[in-house]
Design a protein around this ligand. Structure first.
Ligand SMILES: [Zn+2]
Length: 237
């Protein structure tokens, strides 16, 4: 296949540019699928679940404590009323009844006080857990944001490089004949499409070439493209 010398070097450069573009695409995919990012995102959603659970525990203990407190106030009011009535009654029988009711209410008061203290202790523990989860979630959130930002910066840099290479590509394509480009595209879809002979090897496939092959490639006219017998890549001299 014929291609003038200047276009042959454009063809070699096109192959390099296309490989660089492919590499950039891989790097962008790798950056988006960063395992560290996936881990931080998973942890963030786990922590969101933990936070809801911790809040629910706090709310439950808190409302149980308020209920116990209301019950306690009710009992205290009844004790106070009974004491008033006891002070006012003149009937020994009523006094005895009130006295026994007051004693029973006082036992209930003591039980409620114990229960409320226990609930307060549980509430305090639940609040410690909630504070801990809240802190861990906000720390993870900061780490996630920082990583997302640095990944985005890296991707932006890669995209800028990619755009420059794409612009170069357009210029290079203009220098190569359609016939060569068509074959190049077919080759480039599955392998390194253009090589040179270096250290008696094809740079496209790294295979060693015989002296006969090298001689026959060197004997081609200047505007004739060589072909590697091992990988079929174009050989540019
Ligand atoms: Zn080769």
């Amino acid at each position: 296949m014929k291609l003038d010398m200047a276009s042959q070097s454009a063809l070699l450069r096109l192959s390099e540019v296309d490989m660089a573009i492919a590499h950039i695409k891989q790097e962008i995919t790798k950056a988006i699928e960063s395992p560290e990012l996936v881990e931080l995102r998973n942890r963030q959603s786990d922590l969101a679940g933990e936070l809801i659970a911790a809040r629910t525990v706090v709310e439950n203990f808190s409302s149980a404590q308020h209920r116990a407190d209301d019950d306690l106030h009710l009992v205290e009011e009844r004790i106070a009323k009974d004491k008033d009535r006891l002070a006012q009654t003149s009937s020994p029988k009523d006094a005895q009844g009130l006295q026994s009711e007051i004693e029973s209410l006082q036992r209930r008061q003591s039980d409620l006080e114990d229960a409320e203290l226990e609930l307060l202790a549980e509430l305090e523990k639940a609040n410690v857990v909630l504070a801990d989860v809240t802190l861990r979630k906000s720390e993870n959130s900061l780490a996630l944001e920082a990583l997302q930002e640095s990944i985005q910066m890296h991707i932006d840099e890669l995209k800028t490089k990619g755009r420059k290479l794409t612009a170069d590509r357009e210029i290079l394509i203009g220098k190569i004949t359609e016939e060569v480009l068509k074959k190049y595209s077919a080759l480039a879809a599955r392998q390194v499409a253009v090589g040179q002979i270096e250290n008696r090897s094809c740079t496209a496939c790294r295979m060693g070439l015989t002296a006969n092959v090298i001689d026959s490639i060197n004997a081609l006219a200047d505007d004739e493209l060589g072909i590697c017998p091992e990988c079929q890549a174009f050989i540019v001299r």
